[in-house]
Design a protein around this ligand. Structure first.
Ligand SMILES: [Zn+2]
Length: 133
């Protein structure tokens, strides 16, 4: 497969541009993703894993702009985005139907998205039990 051009589609780096924390420890950056697709001769696709360490989300354009950001000019962790905004994010700040906003993530991200954490805990304990048996 020809190496795809993912500029502007996948971040150059998942590091928060303010504090440097990796917002997506199990994700490939743009260069790594292009290489992975180039190696994908069987066309199986490239998998990204979302975990409790992932802070990938999509906020509404005006929220991103209020933080002094432009599309695709870097990642911000939730803490740094809130610091820039001077307030805590709420569920209304996130793009409602974005697939990114339906993925697992850090506890603070899920809290801001108004996800029922007790349900998440239940799922986690079911997963743990399955693994144990
Ligand atoms: Zn940060």
């Amino acid at each position: 497969m020809k190496k795809p051009d993912l500029r502007g589609k996948v971040p150059e780096s998942w590091a928060c541009i303010d504090c440097g924390i990796n917002t997506a420890p199990s994700h490939l950056n743009r260069e790594q993703m292009e290489q992975a697709f180039a190696r994908d001769w069987a066309d199986k696709g490239v998998e990204n894993t979302y975990t409790e360490l992932t802070e990938i989300y999509e906020v509404k354009r005006q929220i991103w702009e209020a933080a002094g950001m432009e599309p695709m000019n870097g990642c911000l962790c939730i803490g740094c985005l809130e610091k820039r905004l001077g307030r805590t994010l709420t569920a209304k700040d996130f793009v409602r139907n974005s697939p990114l906003n339906k993925m697992p993530g850090t506890e603070r991200l899920l809290e801001r998205r108004n996800v029922d954490l007790s349900a998440v805990d239940k799922l986690a304990s079911i997963a743990r039990r399955k693994r144990a048996s």
